[in-house]
Design a binder for this molecule. Structure first.
Ligand code: GLA
Length: 694
C-alpha cells in the first residue's frame, strides 16, 4: 500500500519520493514532508503546532497549511474563499473522515463545523512517476446557496530554504515557451491567464529549486495544472521561511453559486519531486502525460498540412496536387487547413458554418478525401468550433450566441467573435454540426483551433451564471470535444490556438497532439521546442518543415529540427526542387525508422539552445537498446577551436557497450557519458546519429 495512515497523519509514498501531512493537536491540516523517500515511517516529521509568532501573526503565518482557507488571521493567499448566505466570509475546515476509493487514492473529508459545507481533498499518487495529483470537491449540504469566490486545486508547501528560484514558460503569439528562471524573494510571485485559454503568455507549468539545480542534479519540485481555461499560480515566500505554491482556476472576475446539493470540482493539479535535476523532472512528466493520452501509445503519422502553401485559396485540384507530391515523399496523412468551409475565402467570413464551400467543393469533400486515400494517406481537416464570423449564417441566425454585453460594441479580433460555449444550446449546435461533418466524411485527424481570446464576457439573460462563464466555458469546450471523441473514437485530435495558446495537461486528455507555435522558422523553433519539452512530451509536439529559413538553412537542418517531435511538413511542395524532394524523402524514411524512440523514448537535453545556441538532444528507448542523437550548431561556440561541439551522453547503463554512428569504436556507457566526444559542426549544420547497444 503506497499510502500510510497513522491516526490522522498520512504519508504518500511513490517509488522515490514521499509526501506527508496530518492534523495537528489544534485540528489544523498541516503539511509535514515532501522529498526523498525515507527508510521508515517514523523518519517522517509529525504535524507541527503553533500559537503564532506575535499578536500580528497567528498560526496561519507560521504553519504550512495543506489547504489554506480565507478566514481567521490568514493574510496569505488562500486556496478557498467562500461567502455564506448570511454574509459570513470565513471558512474553517475540520476533519470528518478519510476514505480510499482505490489503494492509490485518498480522500480527506473535511467540513465546516457551523455551515453545511463539505470539502473533499483528493490525493491520487502515481508511484512509478513520482507524481502526486490533487484536487478538491466542494459540496453544499444545506438549504441555502453558498458563494464560491475562489477554489484552487492545491497548495504545494515547501521549506523556503529549499526554494530560491522558479522556472516557468511564456511569451506571446509566435514566440511561445521562452524558459524563464527567476529568483524568488519574500512576497507573492503570480502567473495567470484571464483569457479563457491557458494562453501563449504563461503556461501552467512550474519547477522550483534552490537556485543551483541543473539538468542532471539537484532537488526539483515541479508540476502542471490540467486546465485549459483561465488559471492562476501564486508562489509565495513568507517572512517565516515558508514557501507555498497555489495553483488552480483563476478567481479573477469569478464567482460560483453552489446551490443546495451541488458539487463543484476543481481541475487536477499534478506535481512531483526528484533529486536529479530538470532533466529528470521533465522525463517524469513526459512518461506520465504520454501514458494518459487518449490514444496512447499511438505512434503519430508523418503529416502534411497545406496552410502555409495555400492559405485560404483551397480547391480540390490544388490540394490534390500537393497530396500527390506529399505521398511521393512518404507522408502518411494529408491535412487540409483553413479555407474549406462555406464562404471562407478570407478570414472575415464563414466561421460557424461547418459545411464545405459549394464553390470550392461542389461535390463535397468526398472526391478530395478519395484521392488522398488512393495515394495511400489518410485525411485530416482544420476546424475552429468556438468562433463565429459576423458574416456567417450561424451569426445571422443566432447573434445572441456570442459573448456580449448589450450596451457595449463587440470587439472583433481576426474578424471573429467567440461563441459562448457555457450555453448548452451552443454546445448542442456544435456537437450536431460537427457530428454531421465527421459522420459524412472519412476524417482521421482534426486540428481544433482557437484564434482569439475573450472580450465582453457577458451572457445576457443568465445573470446567475455571469461570473461562472470563466469555468462553464471551459467545461463546455471539454463537453463538446469529449462527446465528439466518444462518437468518433478513431480520430486523432490536435490542439491549436494560434500556435501554442492552448497547451496544457487538461487539453491533453482530449487532444493527442499540440501545435506549439505558428512560428515555423527552424531557428526559432529550436528555442520554442526546448521550452515546450520542459513540460510536455515529444510525441505530442507537432512540428512542420516549412519554407521559413529556406534561404539560409539547409533542408536537412530544418528536417532535423522537426524530427525532434512529431514530424510534419508545411512548405509549398509545388516549389520544392527535385533535390529538395529527395532530401525530404530520405529524412522522412529515417524519421519513420527512429520514430518509436523519438515519440516513445526518454529525452535527455545534453546541451541547451538557451546556453550557447548549440543544442543537443538524446532520445533513448525504454530498454536502452537504441537511441537517436540530434546535434545542432547555430553559433560558433569557440571560433579558435574550429567549432567542435563537445557532447556527453546521458542515461546509459555504465557497463554496457554502445556504438555511436560515425564514431570508430564501441565504448562503455560510462565512457560516452564521462569523456564524451566531439562533433565537428559548423554554424548552420546539424547531425542525427543513431546509438546502438553492441
Ligand atoms: C491559426 C493556426 C495556423 C492556421 C491558421 C488558419 O493561426 O495556428 O496553423 O491553422 O490559424 O487560419
Amino acid at each position: 500500500m503506497p499510502i500510510h495512515q497513522n491516526n490522522q497523519i498520512w504519508i504518500l509514498e511513490t517509488e522515490h519520493s514521499a509526501y506527508g501531512f496530518g492534523f495537528n493537536r489544534s485540528g489544523r491540516l498541516v503539511h509535514t514532508y515532501w522529498g526523498n523517500r525515507l527508510p521508515a515511517q517514523h523518519d517522517y516529521p509529525s504535524p507541527s503546532d503553533s500559537d503564532g509568532w506575535a499578536s500580528f501573526d497567528g498560526p496561519s503565518e507560521v504553519l504550512a497549511e495543506e489547504y489554506p482557507c480565507s478566514g481567521g488571521m490568514n493574510y496569505h493567499e488562500p486556496c478557498l474563499k467562500i461567502s455564506f448566505a448570511d454574509g459570513v466570509r470565513d471558512v474553517r475546515l475540520k476533519f470528518q473522515s478519510s476514505s480510499y476509493p482505490a489503494p492509490e487514492h485518498l480522500i480527506l473529508h473535511l467540513h465546516d463545523p457551523f455551515y453545511p459545507l463539505v470539502v473533499d481533498l483528493h490525493y491520487r499518487i502515481h508511484p512509478d512517476h513520482d507524481l502526486i495529483e490533487r484536487w478538491a470537491e466542494l459540496q453544499n449540504q444545506g438549504e441555502l446557496p453558498i458563494q464560491i469566490e475562489r477554489a484552487l486545486s492545491a497548495a504545494w508547501q515547501l521549506p523556503a530554504s529549499s526554494v530560491r528560484r522558479i522556472s516557468h514558460l511564456g511569451g506571446r503569439w509566435n514566440d511561445e515557451f521562452n524558459l524563464y528562471r527567476q529568483p524568488l524573494t519574500p512576497g507573492v510571485f503570480q502567473l495567470e491567464s484571464r483569457r479563457l485559454s491557458s494562453g501563449h503568455q504563461h503556461n501552467p507549468w512550474f519547477a522550483l529549486e534552490n537556485g543551483l539545480a541543473d539538468e542532471q542534479d539537484g532537488e526539483v519540485w515541479f508540476g502542471v495544472l490540467a486546465w485549459s481555461g483561465s488559471w492562476k499560480l501564486c508562489a509565495e515566500t513568507t517572512p517565516f521561511e515558508r514557501f507555498r505554491l497555489l495553483i488552480g482556476i483563476n478567481d479573477w472576475d469569478f464567482a460560483w453559486q453552489l446551490d443546495p446539493g451541488e458539487i463543484f470540482s476543481t481541475p487536477h493539479a499534478l506535481a512531483g519531486y526528484t533529486q536529479n535535476g530538470f532533466g529528470a523532472a521533465s522525463r517524469l512528466l513526459h512518461t506520465y502525460l504520454r501514458s494518459q493520452l487518449p490514444h496512447a501509445p499511438t505512434l503519430h503519422k508523418v503529416l502534411y498540412n497545406s496552410w502555409e502553401a495555400t492559405l485560404f485559396d483551397v480547391s480540390a485540384n490544388g490540394q490534390t496536387h500537393l497530396a500527390q507530391i506529399a505521398a511521393q515523399l512518404g507522408v502518411e496523412r494529408f491535412v487540409m487547413d483553413d479555407g474549406w468551409f462555406c464562404g471562407r475565402h478570407h478570414d472575415s467570413a464563414g466561421l460557424g458554418d461547418w459545411t464545405p464551400d459549394p464553390d470550392k467543393f461542389p461535390h463535397g469533400l468526398y472526391p478530395l478525401i478519395r484521392s488522398v486515400q488512393d495515394l495511400g494517406m489518410d485525411f485530416g481537416l482544420w476546424i475552429e468550433p468556438e468562433m463565429v464570423n459576423p458574416d456567417s449564417n450561424l451569426y445571422r441566425t443566432h447573434p445572441d450566441w456570442v459573448f456580449h454585453y448589450p450596451t457595449r460594441p463587440n470587439t472583433l479580433a481576426r474578424n471573429q467573435l467567440m461563441l459562448n460555449l457555457a450555453r448548452p444550446d451552443v454546445q448542442e449546435y456544435l456537437i450536431q454540426s460537427l457530428s454531421t461533418l465527421l459522420a459524412e466524411n472519412e476524417i482521421a485527424f482534426i486540428k481544433w483551433d482557437m484564434n482569439r481570446n475573450v472580450s465582453e464576457a457577458g451572457w445576457p439573460g443568465a445573470p446567475r451564471q455571469a461570473r461562472e462563464v470563466w469555468v462553464r466555458y471551459t467545461q463546455g469546450v471539454y463537453h463538446v470535444w469529449n462527446t465528439l471523441r466518444q462518437r468518433f473514437p478513431h480520430i486523432i485530435w490536435q490542439s491549436c490556438s494560434g500556435g501554442g495558446g492552448r497547451s496544457d495537461a487538461g487539453i491533453l486528455q482530449l487532444a493527442d497532439q499540440i501545435w506549439p507555435s505558428d512560428n515555423t522558422s527552424a531557428l526559432a523553433r529550436l528555442r520554442i521546442q526546448e521550452g515546450f519539452l520542459q513540460a510536455y512530451p515529444a510525441n505530442v509536439m507537432e512540428s512542420w518543415v516549412t519554407d521559413a529559413d529556406r534561404n539560409n538553412l539547409s533542408l536537412n537542418f530544418r528536417f532535423h529540427v522537426s524530427m525532434c517531435g512529431s514530424l510534419g511538413i508545411g512548405g509549398n511542395l509545388l516549389n520544392w526542387s527535385l533535390t529538395e524532394r529527395l532530401t525530404a524523402a530520405r529524412c522522412i524514411a529515417r524519421y519513420k525508422a527512429l520514430r518509436p524512440i523519438i515519440q516513445g523514448g526518454d529525452l535527455y537535453r545534453l546541451r541547451s539552445f538557451a546556453q550557447d545556441g548549440n543544442p543537443a538532444l538524446l532520445y533513448l528507448d525504454q530498454e536502452r537498446e537504441n537511441g537517436a542523437l540530434f546535434a545542432f550548431c547555430t553559433r560558433s561556440p569557440n571560433p579558435a577551436a574550429a567549432h567542435p561541439l563537445h557532447i556527453r551522453l546521458q542515461g546509459l547503463p555504465t557497463q554496457t557497450l554502445y556504438m555511436v554512428e560515425g564514431q570508430p569504436l564501441a565504448r562503455s556507457g560510462a565512457s560516452w557519458m564521462q569523456e564524451g566526444f566531439t562533433l565537428p559542426l559548423q554554424p548552420g549544420q546539424s547531425l542525427l546519429l543513431q546509438i546502438a547497444r553492441v
